[in-house]
Design a protein around this ligand. Structure first.
Ligand SMILES: [Zn+2]
Length: 433
């Protein structure tokens, strides 16, 4: 891919132009009211009625802003603002509107509505931009429903093929493919999703940090260097379901007891690799299914879902390998079966250095105190980085809490993030190619 040059001579940026923070927060709140439940928890699982309604609302907002709307086969929404050169590659900015179960208001929408506000400000103030700007909402960034993350952006980047979705099933047993078909989305429709890199100039994503670092360091902006990637796999211990009263302890093949040893091991080994030098590995057994799952039966089958992440591919692979080996050892020692199923294997993704430098320059000029940092969580940017230069801007999360109703970011910081996003978009859209 030919890399765009960002010329060192910067276009005059109308720094006096400010985004409309009230409108930004009003629209963010309007989105968060869709799917809100008790104690402020927001649930908009991908392809649920609530999630589809939030996308509808976004389309309405984009239309009001005068954007030209395009919705692709999987449901990714693009709202386009033409620059002076319609044939120039577009600057994309956005994120996602789907949430986890009982999530917060800001994970995702801040990046979508923040980008929309940036474009509205550019259009209202008639700020000249050469490249077109597209506000984008990706479908299914969260993996909460089908165990499959960054669905829309992965398809757009050509990182997954429609056939890779075959195994994705939600907790109700509904297949992702069935849900897609019910929405009129067939494999054949999806084949044409990949976007030609030459139509893109850059991708920018504003997002809440979802971690405690910015708050702890009293910084209002995080500039992201790279995104840690997960290895996700299932380990299924296959023992034997027996009567809990008649089966002597020494004759049991208890799949759950085997699992308990592995769960402890995941924590232990990740702690060993937790320092920055060792790759900051984190590992989680986030879900487990036990069968038969009744009080009077020895568990015969236990299925563990494991997520291992790091900013170092080497460290992540090493730890994943150790966990899998330990699972085999435990099974052998206990004379039970074990099966290991890969859900997804991804590599840490570096973001674009020139975009990082550009956002740094803007922060320096405006006296914004920032932190240069990696992202522990996955984002659509890690898929987009495979087809275009990608950059990310973080705003602080109170107490680092995310994927939780307590998730909160100061509106002042959200406004600052959107302002920085707008100024970055303007500069990128106007740079010489
Ligand atoms: Zn997110």
């Amino acid at each position: 891919m030919a890399s765009p040059k960002f010329s060192p001579v910067l276009v005059a940026v109308p720094t006096k132009v400010a985004i409309n923070k009230r409108r930004l927060m009003r629209d963010l709140n309007a989105v968060s009211r869709i799917g809100i439940g008790s104690r402020g928890a927001v649930t908009r699982l991908v392809f649920s009625i609530k999630e589809l309604r939030s996308r509808q609302l976004l389309i309405h907002m984009m239309r009001q802003a005068g954007l030209k709307i395009h919705i692709d086969a999987i449901g990714n929404i693009f709202g386009r603002w033409e620059g002076t050169d319609p044939s120039a590659p577009a600057v994309l900015a956005g994120s996602h509107l789907d949430t986890v179960i009982h999530g917060g208001k800001y994970d995702g929408p801040v990046g979508v509505i923040g980008a929309l506000e940036a474009v509205r400000t550019i259009s209202e103030n008639k700020i000249p931009v050469r490249s077109p700007i597209e506000v984008v909402c990706f479908v299914g960034e969260e993996s909460s429903r089908f165990g499959f993350s960054t669905l829309g952006s992965s398809l757009l980047a050509g990182e997954v093929q429609p056939k890779d979705l075959t195994n994705a099933v939600d907790s109700q047993g509904t297949k992702l493919e069935t849900v897609l078909l019910s929405l009129g989305i067939s494999r054949r429709n999806m084949n044409s999703l990949k976007r030609a890199p030459k139509t893109l100039k850059a991708y920018l994503e504003l997002h809440i940090e979802q971690g405690p670092i910015l708050e702890a360091k009293k910084k209002r902006i995080g500039l992201v260097t790279s995104i840690a990637a997960p290895s996700r796999f299932k380990i299924i211990f296959k023992g034997q379901a027996d009567h809990s009263g008649t089966t002597p302890m020494e004759m049991r093949k208890d799949a759950l007891v085997a699992s308990s040893h592995l769960i402890e091991y995941v924590e232990k080994v990740c702690k060993k690799f937790s320092s920055m030098e060792k790759g900051r590995v984190v590992g989680t057994v986030g879900a487990m299914k036990i069968e038969p799952g009744v009080i009077n039966a020895v568990p015969g089958r236990a299925e563990l879902s494991i997520d291992i992440r790091s900013i170092s591919a080497q460290a992540k692979d090493r730890v994943s390998g150790m966990v899998k080996q330990r699972a085999r050892d435990i099974a052998r020692k206990r004379h039970i079966g074990v099966e290991i199923l890969t859900i997804r294997e991804e590599h840490p993704v570096p973001l674009d250095n020139r975009l990082l430098r550009l956002t740094r320059e803007i922060c320096d000029e405006k006296g914004i105190i920032y932190e240069i940092m990696p992202s522990g969580a996955g984002h659509d940017a890690m898929q987009m980085a495979k087809i275009t230069p990608a950059g990310m801007i973080f705003v602080p999360s109170r107490r680092g809490i995310s994927h939780n109703p307590m998730e909160w970011t100061d509106p002042e910081d959200i406004g600052l993030g959107s302002q920085l996003l707008m100024e970055t978009i303007i500069r990128v859209a106007n740079e010489e190619l």
